[in-house]
Design a protein around this ligand. Sequence first.
Ligand SMILES: [Fe+2]
Length: 357
Amino acid sequence: MAKSELEFQVHPYVQFMTDRHDPYHRWVQKEGLPILTGEYIADVKDAQLAPWERKGGKGAILSFTDQLIADGYICEIGPGGQLKPQHHMYEEIVFISEGQGATSIWYEGGPKHTFEWKAGALFAIPLNAHYQHFNASGTEVVRYFALTSAPVAFEMFRDESFIFNTNYEFRDRFDPTDKEYFSREGQYFTEYYGGILHTNFIANIRDINLVAREKRGKGNRNMYIHMAGSSMFAHVSRFPVGTYKKAHRHGPGAHVYMLDSTGYTLMWMEGEEPKRFDWHEGSIVCPAADKWHQHYNTGSEPCRFLAFHANTAVQREEKGIEQINFQDEDARLRDMYFEECRKSGVQVDMAHALQPA
Ligand SMILES: [Fe+2]
């Protein structure tokens, strides 16, 4: 590879403006919640939360990639409880980690759309629509994970009052007179590589159809999900027992929520040693922009995960997504996988990776 150098990483004036304003991080600090930094949490259900005045429940903010594109948060609704009504000028995708309840969504003065959900449900809040979440159980908590584009909104508007008190209705995204908006069956577009599901509510993320995405590895299946006219999106990936996906890298903002099986993810910047993150259901890994990452299934069932994306997560400038073919990978990493499978008694199914391209 040709040698290159950076003249500078961030223009000094951009740095000056960021230091001076930094509106998103100031807002996060003001919310008074635990701020989870880094690139991984072991389990959404175990994360320490604190009372969240704005929501009326408990919460923590995941400030992972620190690239002002998308951030996650975890929120809990106590037994028999409900959160305060909200609306905001940033997008949000919600995944129910545990519990059962309902959500109402509306524009001011318009009809309320209410739908029920339980663990495994995925939906998006249409931009700036009013919404309220309810816990349907008197004994169990609800916990959900959401990815938002709040960093982009705060950087752009630098005005908390505008973000939370504007009543503009984005009717091209959410038409309140559409009674089936949250109940209509989703539409699959399988002619696109990786597949796209266009819907506004998924009752159980494990039930959606997947299509082959073999370029990511043998037996890989996939479906992209686009909801509520959002510029953010999600995708489900599934890969078999005894296999791992090819390492790849892309832009910032992807949060990978593990659903099924157990295993680990290796992440590394070019030229650095990989760092390992063990996962199970409820773990989240978040590769920073340009960081190589590779998911390894060492469990006894196919691995399934749900990745949440900022609108820029997939593209890496003009190059799109880069991946490392099995034939070109670091053999030490393959050996590590074989050893981990031996320890957990899993039959490795990677013979194809050892064949010449
Ligand atoms: Fe990725």
